[in-house]
Design a protein around this ligand. Structure first.
Ligand SMILES: *[C@@H]1O[C@H](CO)[C@@H](O)[C@H](O)[C@H]1NC(C)=O
Ligand SMILES: *[C@@H]1O[C@H](CO)[C@@H](O)[C@H](O)[C@H]1NC(C)=O
Ligand SMILES: *[C@@H]1O[C@H](CO)[C@@H](O)[C@H](O)[C@H]1NC(C)=O
Ligand SMILES: *[C@@H]1O[C@H](CO)[C@@H](O)[C@H](O)[C@H]1NC(C)=O
Ligand SMILES: *[C@@H]1O[C@H](CO)[C@@H](O)[C@H](O)[C@H]1NC(C)=O
Ligand SMILES: *[C@@H]1O[C@H](CO)[C@@H](O)[C@H](O)[C@H]1NC(C)=O
Ligand SMILES: *[C@@H]1O[C@H](CO)[C@@H](O)[C@H](O)[C@H]1NC(C)=O
Ligand SMILES: *[C@@H]1O[C@H](CO)[C@@H](O)[C@H](O)[C@H]1NC(C)=O
Length: 419
């Protein structure tokens, strides 16, 4: 009896330890199901178009369930325009782990939409692996007419995310896109970090990351050297954090352009902080078109702790945006700006005017504050601030100290692309 009793105790002890062990096994991370592009006819010889194989791999992964991972091993791949679409109903996360270099087709005739690689309507997407997306843009940049005229056919964006929820993009490199490096449209919960985006400083419309109609976005720890805006924040965005960016060459970090189309929505709740902007045309900018067809709001925007080095327009609000000589009528912009904070913006301006705040005559900017601004002209002398239709508050260190005479034209606009 006594023995049976101790056996029971032993059994109980074994059970307790096994049960907790089983519990640990059950909560251990699920192994991802692997889909290697090599198993779906992808050649990786750098010459044959691998589009069919990539699409077959995606279809297999998307039809699967739980955690899935598409492996793109080291190698050279060639890819025409391609859309990876969901829904992938039974998939929790779909990782594309790219270690290779994927080059875009240079035959513009093949591109039916405005993107090279498009991810659409998919949730739980992960893009990772340290690989490169090469848009081969140098071949087609000369065919971009958007930098010269209003009516134009935009070239394809390298990597576009449309209507995706819960997306994480990490350790990815993009070089020489035909147009933007990345576009994030209609996405919720989008995370991008440790990206490297590269194109020559004079390449047309090669914005780093363009955001539109997206909410809950974080872009961090990213290096952007390109020919247009490092990050451009279009209409309908809210709840964005942009932090630890190295930007330049390029046109800086820009909200806008806004107020061009009647369908546009408000922009609210943005924080842009802890970044370096070097040798760019603009530093931090808000630009809205004059004569806008609809009235929208841009509110609650914070630019904080940004180091400027030799930037032509370190701080600029331009509500008279018109990159072409003739923008039609001269009605003031109807985009209403309020609660715009610039704080801890330091460094050097490549021009004597470090702060330009040109607000709309129809809707003067409300609650614009400048705190701890220390901007000097690159030759060491004081820089100035010019303002119109705005009464900014100056606090903390203030260099420049106050607004001087208003100006009515913004010289940088003519050099810009219209986006
Ligand atoms: C998802 O899994 C369920 C249950 O196994 C299955 O009935 C359904 O067809 C799957 N859906 C897709 C899109 O594969
Ligand atoms: C993303 O979330 C929104 C709102 O929750 C939802 O309307 C939309 O259908 C979702 N998108 C996808 C691809 O599931
Ligand atoms: C991302 O970059 C930051 C800053 O350089 C670094 O500390 C971090 O380890 C990187 N993370 C990944 C996942 O590579
Ligand atoms: C910005 O530059 C400073 C000084 O060179 C450096 O310490 C800091 O890490 C840089 N910030 C980022 C986001 O790389
Ligand atoms: C302003 O934006 C920040 C950051 O997105 C947010 O936390 C805060 O609630 C917003 N404030 C107002 C008054 O909407
Ligand atoms: C500042 O930038 C201008 C071009 O905008 C360039 O010509 C000049 O050499 C730069 N100065 C320094 C000190 O880097
Ligand atoms: C400006 O700021 C003040 C105080 O923070 C606030 O009461 C007011 O509503 C703000 N005005 C606008 C137009 O945002
Ligand atoms: C810097 O340049 C401005 C404008 O060209 C000039 O007035 C000023 O004297 C220069 N300052 C120094 C220290 O060279």
């Amino acid at each position: 009896m006594a023995q049976a009793g101790s056996l029971k105790v032993l059994a109980l002890l074994v059970c307790v330890s096994l049960c907790s062990f089983n519990e640990a096994v059950r909560v251990a991370p699920e192994e991802a199901k692997i889909f290697n592009v090599g198993s779906y006819g992808v050649k990786a010889d750098g010459e044959n178009d691998d589009s069919d194989g990539f699409l077959k791999t995606w279809e297999a992964a998307c039809k699967s369930s739980g955690k899935v991972k598409i492996q793109i091993p080291n190698g050279n791949y060639k890819l025409g325009p391609i859309t990876f679409s969901g829904p992938c109903s039974n998939v929790t996360t779909l990782t594309i782990f790219n270690k290779g270099t994927i080059k875009a087709s240079t035959n513009l005739g093949k591109y039916k939409s405005d993107a090279w690689i498009e991810f659409a309507e998919v949730n739980g997407l992960r893009l990772d692996g340290g690989g490169t997306f090469d848009g081969q843009g140098a071949v087609t940049w000369s065919q971009n007419s958007c930098s010269k005229q209003k009516k134009c056919q935009a070239l394809p964006v390298s990597v576009k995310f449309i209507n995706t929820n819960d997306t994480m993009v990490k350790r990815i490199k993009s070089v020489n896109p035909k147009f933007f490096h990345m576009a994030v449209i209609g996405c919720q919960k989008f995370r991008a970090s440790n990206l490297t985006l590269e194109a020559p400083g004079d390449s047309p419309n090669t914005d780093g990351i363009h955001l539109e109609q997206s909410t809950d976005v974080k872009i961090t720890d990213t290096d952007i050297r390109t020919g247009d805006d490092c990050i451009s924040i279009g209409h309908g965005n809210s709840d964005l954090v942009i932090a630890r960016i190295n930007c330049g060459p390029g046109h800086g970090i820009s909200i806008g352009s806004l107020g061009k189309y009647a369908y546009e929505k408000d922009v609210k709740g943005l924080v842009i902080r802890d970044s370096n902007i070097t040798g760019t045309l603009n530093g931090v900018r808000i630009k809205t078109w004059e004569d806008s067809p609809v009235s929208t709001v841009v509110a609650n925007i914070t630019f904080q702790n940004i180091q400027m080095t030799n930037v032509s327009n370190p701080i600029i609000i331009d509500q008279m945006y018109c990159p072409w000589k003739n923008c039609g009528s001269k009605d003031p912009s109807k985009v209403k700006l309020s609660d715009i904070r610039f704080s801890g913006i330091k460094g050097t301006s490549a021009t004597p005017v470090a702060v330009t705040l040109i607000c709309s005559q129809g809707y003067p900017c409300q609650n614009v504050s400048l705190k701890d601004i220390q901007l000097k002209y690159i030759n060491g002398s004081d820089a100035t601030a010019v303002c119109s239709n705005v009464k900014p508050s100056f606090a903390g260190t203030a260099l420049p100290k106050t607004c001087t005479a208003p100006i009515t034209t913004v010289s940088s606009a003519a050099e810009d692309s219209g986006f």
